[in-house]
Ligand binder design. Sequence first.
Ligand code: PGA
Length: 250
Amino acid sequence: MTNTYTYFIANWKMFGLKKSVFGLKNVVNLTKSNNFKNIKIVYCPPVTILSQFHQLTKKTKISLGAQNCHHEKNFGPHTGNINAKMIKDVGAKYVILGHSDSRNEGDTDELINKKIKNALLQNLKIIFCIGENLKERKNNKTFLVIKKQIFKGLENVKSIDNIIFAYEPVWSIGSGKVLTADALHNDILNIKKIIQKKYKFKNPKILYGGSVNEKNILELKNVSLLNGFLIGGASQNQKKFIDIIKKTFK
Ligand code: PGA
């Protein structure tokens, strides 16, 4: 791990009810320990329960995020949607954009670019997901795909100070399949080079996501270029989530 904050971002996807907030207590306690003062935990539950999460976490070091937002910055007739302003209003500081689930449901690079720009206007931090699917990987297109996602997603975005990149190979999400630490190191190195070339930014923040669990973390934590993890399924179970955090530093 690099020596700045290590991020543990919990992406709850379409799971969770109001009562789920009680499952955060031990995580809150963990953040009070001095051993973990250099970690940043960000919960991204469904927006329906963001305010419950906000009540419980507002006096803690835990931050909140949403899982997507609409590309329009102003209020308007977009039934079923929420914009970046609303996300900020409910107490969230982060928003996940470009997740493969959202790309599958119609988010193009152009829409993601609009969303990123609007979220930045609201001073939200962006967890910007990028990653190739299996076919692209097999055809050696991984970095071509990622370069396109980064360049189009960040078109006319001047600064990446508030962007955290999350490399999530689509074939790894929810599948139990992960790269070896060496292979992942190589991928992260290449992605960093793509970002550094565009932004001349020495140290872009980059996370890994895709089937991270309390077992494979022992391998994944060896990728020293990473700034943390974006965790889906395992983050909904506080015991597993805490295990992942603790084992990262063992
Ligand atoms: P997973 O999800 O950890 O369940 O694979 C990761 C994600 O989709 O962000």
